[in-house]
Design a binder for this molecule. Structure first.
Ligand code: PA5
Length: 427
């Protein structure tokens, strides 16, 4: 079942011409032969299909144990160590969680003393488990948050704190790994060959997602389906290649900003994850498309003006959802004081489909090239498929630019600068 449906405002063939097809086929060959730049970090490529069942059972057992003993799970991490699970949880969870559900909160994704202080206050009277995630085990923001959370847990639970702290990090390296061993915390491994922003299907993403009660098996089924579908398909019927090719086609014409637009706000953290994935993978050597995002119809009343009429260097990608999980219908009122009776009977999802059509036509007439990606609905399997689709497209897209998609020298530079300014020993 193909879930990603890609359309382009011009004919797809104009972006995927013979020359482009040849380049894509070469990239595909190199990618699966693990020959391209950064190929040491291609572990994610066949990860969904190669996950052993006992690993999934271990995640599920730990997730159940978390739910049994905690009201709140605090996930500490930044960048790829937080955005994957945050994206999936925001997409799949109810907007207003029920009291009996495990609350999943995040820390260490910024350094706000106010946030951390209020988080610690919020934990009072609740049973808590902490999952601290850092592949390198030495990133400053999560390390700071974990110092406070660990202190809180030890004061509150004494020796029992060790049973309520789970560490996800490198198998061998890093301060966090060392600390986990000394303290006897349960440990999950971030595989060597999977970089942070490609790690959502490893324990980094899976444990918080499973703890919240979502089916990681269905999520992985969707990812597996994408993995097998796109592995074999060539440029004529491979949306992952086509999305990369269209982006590239637009980029060389001067469209240097991509605006990802949604009508379902639950996907706003999928957008954040997508921005990190593409921005951090492609933005190197003076190249790359700047990834931006808008939530419609909210932003039609703000950034909509710029998209319609501002600098013409942007293209728009709609991320659409066919079926709503829940909906409401506009009903008639006798007085029609708000003058909405003319749309009585229209569901809010139908309103959004019409809003999409109207927006799309307006922006097209404003000279904004457009793509759209449509998923049938928001559920575990479709989200799994979508995230895998984006990771694969991102690899194609970066390789089309001649960029290694899997390193992040710019991020490392900022980290090292901070260490120098803080006078960390050795920097
Ligand atoms: O994609 C990446 O590699 C980065 O965004 C990292 O995920 C981020 O810097 C956090 O690193 P770490 O997991 O080592 O703390």
């Amino acid at each position: 079942m193909l879930m990603i449906n890609l359309t382009y405002s011009q004919a797809i063939e104009s972006a995927v011409d013979l020359k482009m097809k040849t380049r894509l086929q070469q990239i595909q060959e190199d990618l699966y032969a693990k020959k391209g730049a950064g190929s040491d970090f291609l572990g994610w490529l066949d990860w969904p299909s190669s996950l052993p069942d006992d690993f999934l059972s271990k995640i599920e057992d730990t997730a159940k144990a978390i739910r049994d003993k905690a009201d709140v799970l605090v996930v500490i991490g930044i960048g790829g160590s937080y955005l994957g699970s945050k994206a999936v949880l925001s997409a799949l969870s109810s907007y207003f969680p029920k009291d009996e559900q495990l609350e999943v909160l995040f820390a260490g994704h910024q350094v706000s003393g106010e946030y951390l202080k209020q988080l610690l206050e919020h934990l009072e009277g609740k049973e808590v488990v902490v999952n601290v995630i850092s592949k390198s085990g030495k990133t400053t923001e999560p390390a700071i948050a974990f110092r406070f959370l660990r202190d809180y847990m030890e004061k509150r639970y004494g020796d029992g704190a060790a049973e309520r702290i789970i560490v996800t990090t490198d198998a061998e390296k890093g301060a966090l790994r060392q600390l986990a061993e000394t303290k006897g915390y349960e440990r999950f491994i971030v595989p060597d060959d999977v970089g942070g922003r490609y790690s959502v299907f490893t324990a980094v993403g899976l444990l918080p997602i499973a703890a919240a009660g979502h089916s990681i098996r269905k999520l992985l089924d969707g990812a597996k389906e994408a993995e097998t579908t796109y592995r074999e398909a060539g440029p004529d019927n491979n949306p992952a290649m086509q999305y990369a090719a269209i982006r590239h086609h637009l980029y060389v014409q001067g469209y240097t900003t991509e605006v990802n637009a949604i009508f379902e706000p639950k996907l706003s953290f999928v957008q954040e994850w997508w921005k990190q994935l593409f921005g951090e993978s492609e933005g190197k050597e003076g190249k790359g498309i700047f990834p931006a995002s808008v939530v419609f119809t909210t932003d039609l009343h703000s950034l909509g003006q710029f998209i319609q009429d501002g600098q013409r260097n942007l293209f728009e990608t709609f991320l659409l959802v066919k079926e709503a999980q829940q909906d409401l219908e506009i009903f008639e009122t006798p007085e029609d004081g708000d003058e909405l009776n003319y749309i009585a009977g229209l569901s809010l999802q139908e309103f959004n489909h019409i809003a999409h059509k109207g927006t799309s036509n307006a922006h097209l007439s404003g000279g904004v090239p457009q793509l759209s990606l449509t998923v049938d609905r928001i559920d575990e399997s479709q989200i799994g498929h979508l995230l895998y689709f984006y990771m694969l497209s991102c690899a194609y897209s970066a390789y089309l630019l001649g960029i290694n998609p899997f390193d992040q020298p710019g991020v490392e530079e900022y980290k090292n600068n901070i260490f120098k300014l803080l006078k960390k020993p050795g920097f």
